[in-house]
Design a binder for this molecule. Structure first.
Ligand code: ZN
Length: 308
């Protein structure tokens, strides 16, 4: 679609140039057509899709059973009947009065999903579609820690996922709890479990899983795609959510200082989820060192060559 419009605009410009030689009046008409360019703004809106909103519900509420539905805005889910064995369930608030603990989970989620076009909010959106993950201190079931519909292809943007035992006294808190919230959301975005490979956050059981989604193809426990029992978590998330399109904030306070003739110390400040793509060290304008993906927010480069 984007490509098509680009071609159309280029063709329009070519038309203008051609007709300018032949007929000034018609050339003006053609120029007006190009100046109009309503297609460009329309396409911009299509290409830059709105982010998939995830409401992290720490406030609890009453959730009611329904027949095969999962509807965040009305707190209705088939999980209440099928998994919790209830017609309705009232869940308490997690980390009430402890905003820093809620913030740490929000920060973790933004870190895990930073590559994808998804935004996390702590307040229920007033309108529009959103996925909701309910984080509650209640122990709903002893044999599980969380539950989400597996939404193959991320077909719905109104799913409800649940994570329980969200207590500061629980051994799951805080790292495993945050990982569990990210894992259940992965199911709601269409990811299945992967088997026997801890390189992916969707490892069944999850506690030893990585804090990220693999870019490799891993064996699934079940299948969203019959006949293809494999899953590339990253690829499936890109298909279901799209790439993150918002520019990250720039690092602040970059600083460099000499340590010795062949060492330089570099430092910067950045949000916890932000990495720096690389650095270049120049001496008198000559590149003497560079490194992709340095571990921030500060380090010493000890491999500079002798001064030249
Ligand atoms: Zn799972």
């Amino acid at each position: 679609m984007k490509l098509g419009v680009k071609i159309a605009v280029v063709a329009g410009l070519a038309l203008t140039a051609c007709m300018a030689e032949d007929d000034a009046t018609q050339a003006d008409d053609a120029a007006e057509e190009v100046t109009d360019e309503p297609d460009v703004s329309e396409v911009s809106q299509e290409v830059v899709a709105p982010p998939h909103t995830v409401y992290v519900n720490f406030g609890g509420g009453t959730f009611t059973d329904c027949d095969a539905c999962s509807l965040s805005a009305s707190n209705r889910s088939w999980v209440v009947g099928t998994v919790f064995k209830k017609s309705s369930i009232t869940l308490g608030a997690a980390f009430a009065g402890l905003p820093a603990r809620r913030a740490s989970i929000m920060s973790y989620l933004r870190h895990v999903y930073y590559k994808y076009n998804v935004q996390f909010v702590e307040s229920r959106p007033a309108s529009g579609n959103y996925t909701m993950v309910v984080v509650t201190p209640e122990t709903i079931r002893d044999d599980l820690s969380g539950y989400s519909p597996i939404d193959c292809g991320n077909a719905s943007r109104m799913d409800i996922a649940f994570v329980w035992n969200a207590k500061t006294s629980d051994p799951l808190y805080p790292d495993q709890l945050a990982k569990l919230v990210a894992h259940e959301l992965g199911h709601s975005f269409g990811l299945e479990h992967v088997v026997g490979n801890a390189a992916d956050l969707m490892l069944a059981g999850g506690r030893d899983a990585a804090h990220t989604f693999s870019t490799s193809t891993l064996l699934e426990a079940n299948r969203c795609e019959p006949g293809n029992p494999r899953q590339d978590g990253h690829a499936r998330l890109v298909a279901g959510l799209g790439h993150q399109t918002a520019a990250p904030p720039a690092p602040t306070g970059p600083f460099g200082g000499p340590v010795s003739w062949n060492q330089v110390w570099l430092n910067w400040s950045a949000p916890s989820s932000q990495i720096v793509a690389g650095y270049i060290v120049r001496r008198n304008g000559v590149v003497v060192s560079w490194q992709p993906n340095p571990v921030g927010p500060g380090f010493v480069d000890a491999n500079l060559p002798e001064s030249n």
